[in-house]
Write a protein that binds this ligand. Structure first.
Ligand SMILES: NC(=O)c1ccc[n+]([C@@H]2O[C@H](COP(=O)([O-])OP(=O)(O)OC[C@H]3O[C@@H](n4cnc5c(N)ncnc54)[C@H](OP(=O)(O)O)[C@@H]3O)[C@@H](O)[C@H]2O)c1
Length: 375
């Protein structure tokens, strides 16, 4: 049987469903699964929060006896190995489904192609690659960590009408309106970790959490690039480190730049800052903060599959220059910053080559343009 428009509709629904648990399934991908019998959905599930149980077993359980002769739509190739749960391919075979439609083949060497082979050997018809581009986007974090050993990196910047991202010495300057800010909260909620430079952490004193009522538990891990442990103990990040994890990426080797002012901290200064930050619940990771090509694999090893870089200017530039940005979200607002503005490292007219424009949306008066590189 060849792939029909109905298959694409059900797969689109499975992909949309899968997105609900993005950022909440630990190191497992958030997968969507529908069981369809005689053109009607009789079972549906997403990988559970925490990563287990997998989507297929839950959807099959919901469908029960109706699975027999049905079609299963799965956004990622069903697993074929005995991990902490038995293989989903075995569960599909045991359920009696007649056909399995898959969007993306799993790059995990323990699964790749084997899940499909197991199903076919059991006499189940398998069609793979349905809405694959869309499926890959929904699994971007998982696929990037599997194939590139680093998280999928989104750079988000809000730029004023005169090309600025803030004003020197003024801390947080509102650039976008409430609708755009709500959208950013939703993005944070589906992301494993969020990162800022020490300049932003000091000048803006941000919380970097999800404050949407009911979604607070989905706040990402907060990471600050802070070579000399300058994060103030009075900052909101430190004050809330026991509620939502904070990681400071520090390097004792880097000496302070002239622009920071003051004398370089002594070894004993650094030691007392380290002790105080750790006592407040902050985790300190020693890894050159300004070499994302070293930092990102270290984050992937900790299970972080998606990272949102929220600035400031120097940090954004660093990630752009090292070519480690996969997606750019550029908000443009009608606000004018004027005198003392901090220039944006990026404007709509100078998006780096290799990025394709994937959409424009309006949030109130603010315009969001999104650009992505191939996975
Ligand atoms: N509109 C937005 O989307 C947005 C988002 C976040 C922040 N902001 C604004 O951005 C401003 C802060 O920007 P920023 O550029 O000063 O801060 P930043 O990127 O958060 O932090 C920069 C700090 O890191 C240090 N650094 C040293 N080497 C670096 C390297 N290779 N790469 C990156 N950083 C390095 C810088 O030291 P040196 O000074 O010695 O170079 C500086 O102290 C604030 O006004 C904030 O409000 C705007």
């Amino acid at each position: 049987m060849s792939v029909t428009p109905h298959d694409e509709s059900f797969m689109a629904a499975a992909i949309r469903l899968s997105r609900r648990h993005l950022g909440r399934t630990a190191t497992n991908p958030s997968v969507g699964c529908l069981i369809v019998k005689d053109g009607v959905v009789v079972g549906q599930a997403i990988t559970a929060v925490g990563g287990r149980p997998h989507a297929e077993t839950q959807a099959l359980a919901e469908a029960g006896e109706l699975s027999r002769g049905a079609t299963a739509y799965v956004t990622l190739e069903p697993c074929s190995h005995h991990g902490k749960t038995p293989p989903c391919s075995e569960a599909l075979i045991a359920s009696g489904v007649a056909r399995v439609v898959i969007s993306v083949t799993d790059p995990d060497p323990r699964v790749s192609g084997r899940g499909i082979a197991m199903l076919r050997e059991a006499g189940i018809e398998v069609d793979a690659g349905v809405l694959e581009a869309k499926g890959r986007r929904s699994l971007a974090g998982y696929l990037t960590r599997q194939t590139k050993n680093r998280p999928y990196v989104t750079l988000k910047l809000a730029v004023s009408a005169d090309g600025m991202i803030g004003r020197e010495g003024e801390g947080q300057v509102a650039i976008t309106g409430p609708e755009a800010r709500a959208e950013v909260q939703a993005l944070r909620a589906e992301t494993d970790a969020i990162l800022v430079g020490i300049g932003t952490a000091i000048s803006d004193d941000p919380l970097l959490t999800v404050r949407t009522p009911g979604l607070e538990a989905q706040s990402p891990i907060r990471i600050v690039l802070d070579p000399l442990l300058a994060l103030p103990l009075t900052s909101k990040l430190v004050a809330t480190a026991r509620e939502v994890p904070v990681i400071v990426v520090a390097s004792e080797e880097i000496s302070p730049s002239g622009s920071e002012g003051g004398a370089p901290p002594t070894r004993s200064d650094l030691e007392s800052r380290r002790t105080a930050l750790e006592a407040a619940g902050v985790e300190i990771v020693y890894c050159n903060p300004y070499h994302p090509e070293i930092l990102l694999p270290a984050l992937a090893t900790r299970g972080i599959s998606s990272l949102l870089v929220e600035g400031g200017a120097k940090t954004a530039r660093l990630f752009l220059e090292t070519g480690l940005v996969d997606r750019i979200q550029l908000y443009q607002a009608p606000v004018v910053i004027g005198e003392g503005g901090i220039e944006s490292p990026l404007e709509i007219t100078d998006i780096p080559s290799g990025f394709a424009h994937t959409g424009t949306q309006m949030f109130g008066e603010d315009r969001l343009d999104e650009y992505e590189r191939g996975l």
